[in-house]
Design a protein around this ligand. Structure first.
Ligand SMILES: Nc1ncnc2c1ncn2[C@@H]1O[C@H](COP(=O)(O)OP(=O)(O)O)[C@@H](O)[C@H]1O
Ligand SMILES: [Mg+2]
Length: 267
């Protein structure tokens, strides 16, 4: 059974889509089979980070939630695009699938009007897991607190909350942490992003731990190169020795460790 990890933040622009895509790539480099779901149906973006051509997308998660296709039909194999060799030699032998959302305004409006059935999504996850033999299911979410993100959170094994050192983020994240507690999410972990260089990273870590009581998986600097890349590619692939890549690699390793803890049950 794949470990389901939601990557969430109280506010937009925190780095969810970029971090999700890069974590998927790094986990695949470690040999994991990873699917990325873009459940940010209102402002999808993770496909851009993967450099996915719009023409290739014929079925989306948006179609699926409107009962227009099967979940498997919107899973696009990204491994060759990402240069993963798929030869099963222990390195670079993982796989990445992307389940994108629709960019069509009519589709987005319809989902906004109708909402979507997360119960169905959960049932279908199992079928997808089975078909693709997944280790990890990463969910890129819409920011803030709404019905859909609460439901995807509720079915997650791990909730990763991204936070910037900003008072609004801290207040909003406190609410989300409380909601996650009430929803009974088994693991909650924090990641700080866009931390300016003059702030000491250990201080940030201590402050977040003190405020929320959860493990801080990593502290990522506000980085000019990352800003300059502007979501036009996978930062960690382009900058394998960068500090952000090292941090994300250790976060991916932590998530992979949680995956194998889940395997102890025998499936
Ligand atoms: N550590 C960082 N340093 C600089 N820019 C970043 C960093 N993390 C993300 N960004 C930039 O912030 C913008 C928003 O990121 P994105 O992943 O789309 O956030 P979200 O999905 O949370 O809205 C993108 O332009 C991205 O390149
Ligand atoms: Mg996003």
């Amino acid at each position: 059974m794949a470990t389901i990890v939601s990557i969430h933040s109280y506010r937009g622009g925190t780095g969810k889509s970029n971090i999700t895509a890069n974590l998927a790539y790094l986990a695949a480099l470690e040999g994991k089979r990873v699917a990325v779901l873009d459940t940010d149906l209102q402002s999808p973006g993770v496909h851009v980070v993967f450099g996915m051509e719009k023409d290739r997308i014929t079925h989306t998660l948006t179609d699926f939630v409107q009962n227009k296709c099967e979940l498997e039909e919107c899973a696009y194999q990204m491994s060759s695009d990402l240069g993963l060799d798929g030869e099963g030699d222990g390195e670079g032998d993982g796989e990445v699938w992307l389940l994108p959302s629709s960019m069509r305004i009519e589709d987005i409006m319809r989902v906004l009007d109708d909402g979507y059935d997360v119960g169905k999504l959960h049932t279908e996850f199992n079928a997808l897991n089975h078909a693709l033999g997944l280790d990890l299911l990463l969910i890129d979410t819409h920011p803030g607190l709404n019905r859909e993100t609460m439901l995807t959170t509720a079915i997650s094994d791990v909730l990763v909350l991204l936070i910037r050192p900003d008072k609004q983020d801290f207040h909003g994240t406190a609410v989300m942490v409380e909601v996650a507690g009430r929803l009974g999410v088994p693991n909650v972990a924090m990641v700080a992003n866009k931390v300016v260089s003059r702030i000491d990273h250990d201080d940030v870590k201590a402050k977040i731990t003190e405020a929320f009581g959860y493990e801080v998986l990593g502290v990522l600097p506000l980085d000019e190169e990352m800003a300059n890349l502007g979501s036009r590619g996978l930062f960690t692939k382009l900058n394998p020795e960068h500090q952000i890549t090292h941090e994300l690699r250790s976060i991916a390793a932590r998530l992979i460790a949680l995956t194998s803890e889940g395997d102890d049950s025998g499936d």
